[in-house]
Design a protein around this ligand. Sequence first.
Ligand code: PBG
Length: 327
Amino acid sequence: MNEMIRPRRLRGNERLRRMVRETRVSIDSLVWPLFLREGKNIREEIPSLPGQIRYSPDQAAEAAERALRSGVRALLLFGIPNEKDERGSQAYAKNGVVQQGIRALKERYPELFLITDVCMCEYTSHGHCGILNGRRVDNDKTLPYLAATALSHATAGADMVAPSDMMDGRVAAIRSVLDENGYTDTPILSYAVKYSSAFYGPFRDAAGSAPSFGNRKSYQMDFHNSREAIKEALLDVEEGADLLMVKPAMSYLDVISRVKAETNLPLAAYSVSGEYAMLKAAGAQGLLDEYAAMCESAAGIYRAGADVLITYYARELAEAIKKGDLG
Ligand code: PBG
């Protein structure tokens, strides 16, 4: 051993450890997903996501207050419509649930930054992320529907749109429709690298968006691949994406780090419903310390290279940042 070099010197006390942390995390980079359910006076606990609540648009102010109280100012909105059909019409309806939610929140809380998930799966009767041709999702037929959805979100007042469908070419399609309609300054956060994942299970319960037949493997990515992640990311850069996303996060830290190294856009990571539910369940059973595990896994995602973290723990992480337990 070289006795002059002792890494433990820098670990001797809390102040020093905090001084030399390599990864810094800011509350400004946290995004909290929010489920909006069509109707009135709805506030219901989501069984598959303990601690998360579905709100009707008229109740969404409560969610805004909870977010702002913790310091979180960015929300990612998902909609749960009452009526579904083959073409997902409620996704781009002027008075759709997300559109109503945006208007309700923007009016009262202009300081919020509202990002909308742009996809068809919560709105189609078959639960797939696009328009079907037989049993196959028709890529090119779906693009105008996604573009119409993004435009209706922007028209309602969304600050940023986030397509999560994994159709080829959708970033370009959305960009041109937004631009043609004067929304040249509305950024696109592309779910560029989205894997077909078992970790979306609790979300599909929460949003009622599980496919009624088959799975999403013909459009979402195969989890064995990481070079393909670079291909997807670079395509979206070319199509005009403003931010990129890797999703899920915890099992894909290598992908986050590769995409970060090989692109120059801000990079978001989505720590998805299954990641949250796992920690919640293990914590509830006393198998681990949920708070500590939450901080550690968030730090890991930032350490891998994420600039923005979308997580159901956004508010709790904001509190942890304020306490100095993280970042
Ligand atoms: C919509 C969408 C999904 C998620 C985000 N947007 C579900 C899916 O692709 O099936 C998952 C989010 C989560 O699990 O927290 N396509």
